[in-house]
Design a protein around this ligand. Structure first.
Ligand code: GLA
Length: 716
């Protein structure tokens, strides 16, 4: 891995991938990103990619485009100065190459680890007239992932208004692409959406205040022929939990601009003299071996170089959560009966969900009043945790600290603490409002209150929820000039809270949640190793959601539970076996009233729990490959392979049973071609080579929504 600098050309490479930029014509130009290029060829490529015959910079491949000097495509940076002008003229002043990577002030970001080393390049530009400096930050990790972010410094004595500042922009000299995004809604998050790239502008974004259920901050450009296993993929993923934007623009000259960063919708920032603005980080991944190749790089990086928690490599407890078992209707006796039933099937943790605080008996009140609801739990949380511990389970708790119910003591005391615009209606969702995290006193209150709760009992896990999108994004603590900063200030406040709480309680396992998977992003992953994937626990729906989520995020980040049937979201009845198979391909748990489950089902559950415990390491920390997409095939298939390739679990889910059809065969991947593999029941004994080239015959089965798990171990 190295960063080679010659004649103002900067070549970032790990030997497998090259990313080449250069200062040409006084501008930072994008020269190449793709399979590694020999250093000797760099000057040739530079000559060929650089356009020297035109006065029009609209056709060039730029790395840091801005508006007003002849590039009419979407800019990465839009500023306005005190005299009203918007013209920027940036000249490179200096550069620095160094081992390692510097943190981003106030923002989560990837870092160096024992697994993947990193080298960085900082390029400093300045605008002489307006006295602004722009630092372009690049890093390349050993596994080929590249990160970019930008820091803008105001060295003048006037305010500079930022109207748009994206983290990365790349121009490709082709438009022969398709675009992949992860789209959805509540209960159907991160479905894979693939469509041709066409002339003009294409955008996905979130303007909801959180990264959202509807669009994930991820976009990939792929060759039209790219599959899971083959072809070019260029991925971008923003490490950010708030409003974002990802854009593609194909110019009349068939150059494709690919850009990602903070959303410029409802955003502007007054950059004060002497201050700087740091953008979130974009992680860029190129793969020539299809979508799986890209996912492997993201998974590896996020597991070891983004997630900070002590739990990132530890076994995560198999938990039972009471939400779908009781909703708000519980008392201590009921909870303990569920915990006892959980213990009897081998579970390891009991999690108390919503309804334990204030006077919360439904979703109409009490968010903000984080003291125990003594009508339901007269002996308090500490006593409940002791009783759960006595049963032999650890104890975890749900909390939603960023919210406030209008019917709460907190609201009665501080009505100004919610996001709102004075004299306007405050739009409630689920009868709740969002606390204004741009206010320091609100962040301090949350840190203080959550700390008190976490110190009040033996709490070893927290489910940190955030159940609504933001509306009336305004703050009464800032003047009119700063109102369009609130969305970003909220996220900075949130990161500050999470930094304090997770450092103060390093032994607690945190699971993020946002009405299911409404904030499933790299920003949250930095603080919390696992996240609730979706409120939809129907196995068929989860097949899609988990498949899509795995494009970027590792299995060890996905909270997946077995729930009851008929399923509470879809009313579908799917066999326990299929529900278990899908839920085991993640951080496994249960979410149903176990005290009402039949002995026969309990026996089956025990078997799944035992299997998961035996294979937890393989599931969570092995390599994960997608083999057959449920978005386009009747079979959704994926495979977990241990790092040493001695073990593998293949998980097959058949959507619909097709009558009078012969068995299907699927090629496995990721195995050692020279090893002999044997299925657990000894029925299959084949070399890795045969399993990967000829394939594995999948049983026909007899019904809809059926699944199979086949575990292979190296034969001795
Ligand atoms: C959200 C979560 C659920 C549950 C409820 C409680 O919807 O996604 O899992 O915790 O809140 O109100």
């Amino acid at each position: 891995m190295s960063i080679i600098v010659e004649n103002n050309i900067f070549h970032l490479t790990n030997g497998g991938v090259s990313y080449i930029i250069g200062i040409l014509n006084d501008r930072l130009e994008h020269i190449y990103w793709g399979p590694a290029i020999k250093e000797n060829d760099v000057s040739y490529i530079t000559e060929k990619s650089h356009v020297i015959w035109s006065n029009d910079i609209d056709i060039e491949t730029l790395e840091m485009p801005f508006y007003g000097t002849g590039d009419y495509r979407i800019p990465m940076l839009e500023l306005q100065f005190d005299d009203g002008s918007r013209i920027i003229d940036l000249k490179c002043e200096a550069y620095e190459v160094f081992k390692g990577k510097k943190p981003l002030d106030g923002l989560p970001a990837t870092f160096e680890s024992d697994i993947y080393g990193v080298e960085s390049l900082h390029l400093l530009f300045h605008d002489e007239l307006k006295k602004i400096h722009l630092l372009m930050k690049y890093s390349i990790f050993e596994n080929g992932a590249i990160t970019r972010s930008v820091e803008l410094f105001n060295k003048s004595s006037n305010i500079v208004k930022i109207n748009k500042i994206h983290s990365a922009s790349i121009d490709f000299l082709t438009c022969d692409f398709e675009v992949i995004t992860l789209q959805g809604a509540w209960a159907r998050e991160r479905h894979i959406c693939r469509q041709p790239v066409q002339k003009g502008l294409f955008q996905i974004s979130s303007n909801r205040g959180h990264s959202s259920h509807t669009s994930n901050p991820f976009m990939a450009l792929v060759s039209p022929s790219t599959t899971e296993m083959t072809g070019d993929v260029y991925g971008m993923n923003l490490i950010y939990s708030g409003n974002f934007q990802a854009q593609i623009e194909v110019s009349p000259f068939e150059v494709t601009r690919f850009q990602m960063g903070l959303s410029d919708f409802d955003f502007s920032w007054q950059l004060q003299p002497g201050c700087s603005f740091v953008t979130p980080e974009v992680v860029l991944v190129y793969s020539s071996s299809g979508l799986n190749g890209m996912s492997q790089i993201y998974h590896g990086l996020y597991k070891s170089n983004l997630c900070r928690s002590d739990y990132k490599n530890k076994n995560r407890p198999i938990l039972i959560n009471n939400w779908e078992a009781t909703y708000f209707d519980f008392d201590e006796k009921k909870l303990l009966s569920i915990a006892e039933a959980g213990k009897s099937i081998g579970l390891e943790m009991f999690v108390l969900d919503d309804g334990w605080f204030g006077s919360r008996n439904d979703d109409r009140s009490s968010l903000g009043d984080w003291t125990v609801n003594i009508n339901k739990l007269p002996n308090g949380l500490e006593d409940l945790a002791i009783k759960v511990n006595d049963i032999g389970l650890t104890f975890g708790l749900w909390i939603e600290p960023e919210m406030i119910s209008p019917d709460s003591d907190l609201f009665r005391l501080h009505p100004e603490w919610c996001l709102h615009v004075p004299n306007r209606r405050k739009t409630e969702t689920r009868h709740q409002l969002v606390l204004d995290l741009s206010r320091q006193e609100v962040c301090d209150y949350i840190i203080d209150t959550v700390s008190k709760v976490l110190e009040s009992a033996n709490i070893e896990y927290v489910k940190w929820d955030m159940n609504r999108s933001m509306t009336e994004i305004g703050s009464s603590s800032l003047n009119h000039l700063h109102q369009m900063e609130i969305g970003h200030r909220y996220i900075l406040g949130l990161y500050n809270i999470l930094e304090t709480i997770t450092s103060r309680f390093p032994n607690i396992l945190f699971e993020g949640c946002s009405g299911g998977g409404g904030r499933f992003d790299g920003g949250m992953m930095y603080y919390m190793p696992q996240h609730w994937v979706s409120d939809n626990t129907d196995a068929y729906e989860r097949l899609m959601i988990q498949y899509g989520t795995s494009l970027v995020y590792p299995v060890s980040a996905m909270g997946c539970h077995i729930s009851d049937v008929p399923n509470h979201q879809t009313h579908r009845v799917i066999a326990l076996e299929s529900r278990a198979h899908i839920a085991m391909s993640g951080v496994f748990g249960f979410e149903l009233d176990l005290s009402k489950v039949s002995d026969e089902e309990k026996d089956m559950m025990k078997k799944f729990v035992r299997f998961y415990k035996e294979n937890r390491e393989l599931y969570l920390y092995g390599d994960f490959y997608r083999l057959s997409s449920p978005f386009i095939n009747n079979y959704g298939i994926w495979q977990h392979v241990s790092k040493d390739k001695t073990e593998s679990i293949v998980c097959v889910f058949k959507k619909m049973h097709v009558p009078n059809m012969r068995e299907k065969k699927f090629r496995l991947t990721g195995l050692d071609k020279d090893k002999l593999y044997c299925s657990e029941d000894d029925a299959i004994k084949m070399s890795g080579n045969t399993l990967m080239n000829v394939g594995l015959v999948i049983p026909k089965g007899k019904s809809d929504f059926e699944s199979f798990i086949i575990k292979f171990v190296e034969a001795t």
